[in-house]
Design a binder for this molecule. Sequence first.
Ligand code: ATP
Ligand code: MG
Length: 420
Amino acid sequence: MALITKAPRGTEDKLPADIYKWHTVEKITRAIAESYGCKEIRTPAFEHTELFQRGIGGTTDVVQKEMYTFDDKKGRSLTLKPEGTAGAARAAIEHGLIAAALPLKLFYFTSCFRYEAPQSGRLREHRQFGVEVYGAVKPLADAEVICLANDVFIQLGLKNVQLEINSIGCSGCRGEYKKELIDFYKQQNLCNLCSERLERNPMRLLDCKSDSCREVNKNAPVITKYLCNGCEAHFTAVKSALTALGVSFTESPRLVRGLDYYTNTVFEFKSESLGAQDTVCAGGRYDGLIAELGGTPVAGLGFGMGLERLILVMQAQGLEFEPAKSCDLYIAALDSGAEITAAKLVKELRECGFWAETDLAGRGLGAQMKYADKLGARFSMVLGSNELSNGTAIIKNMQNGEKREVGLSAEKVKLCLIEF
Ligand code: ATP
Ligand code: MG
């Protein structure tokens, strides 16, 4: 029995008392994305498993260890989406969005499902705000996408968010580098997973979260000297553009991303306020992705921002969220005649955009007024037979106790709510 009243491990209810925090970050991120010309996309919660195997890559933690995969009743293998990029790319190919005007700029809010060890800031269902841009090859595009994420932190007031960037080059640059990495790692003690994927994808090891591999990685060779002229020029131009746009960053030459599809620029925004799970936003360029998924080759880039982590940082830093709307008027009704008048008034005020309430629970006056207090109602009014026969009632300002007489029409009550 206890099981059905407990959410599954690693999942989190977003309760009504806290939802204003979500509304704040959703509102700000949406407004910023739209100011950058991004259009919202919503894709299914599950996709064919192969999409993620191809799109994310078979040697990644996500695909190797973290996916919620199941067979449906017809035996098709489906997977709850562990990230937003593959689904957005699939939809863009399927609906010809990439064949239309480029660059194509998208944003989304989505749940992501990953079988991970739950802890603060690491859930099995988390939510991301994500941005995807296709068909933008210029370094300025990398800078623009990074700047968009940075604007979110600025507008929400986050302090001390560090941007780390790196270039992981193209397949051309990586050949020699991978050889050096393999030689290096062969002399180290690696975790089982890393030993197994060393030959297939040595760069993946740089992103291993195990304590021993993290230690090893501090001395791992870096890619910088292997970058080809084109990749180096691209990276230099991204950095100059960021500087010109006033976005500060540090270079982190061992930064790679956990997903296989990245090329050139990769970046992470980290916050000290988060403890071990310190990355709030991560992304980069993935020029090979669309072709990998069978679409006409076109450049891609974007990021995913973890919204639970974003809210954790805001809370840790004591930042303000837009307060939840409170009740404008509570009308207590004393008898069944007044009840209908109250219900009508409430309906008309709601039509004008006010939050008005009256009793639905069959409670006496005292209990109704207590409830009005709990709602944080700004005003209250009591309706009984006297008020109905007079056609007026007393409206009370719940903050300062001041009272005013008002005619019993929605129009008059409305004016009173605005002016009083
Ligand atoms: P991490 O290194 O922390 O595991 P990741 O590299 O797997 O993160 P991405 O796939 O890039 O993360 O996802 C983008 C963002 O989503 C992360 O930077 C983080 O803010 C958030 N995120 C990722 N996994 C989780 C999770 N399990 N719980 C909460 N937020 C997450
Ligand atoms: Mg991860």
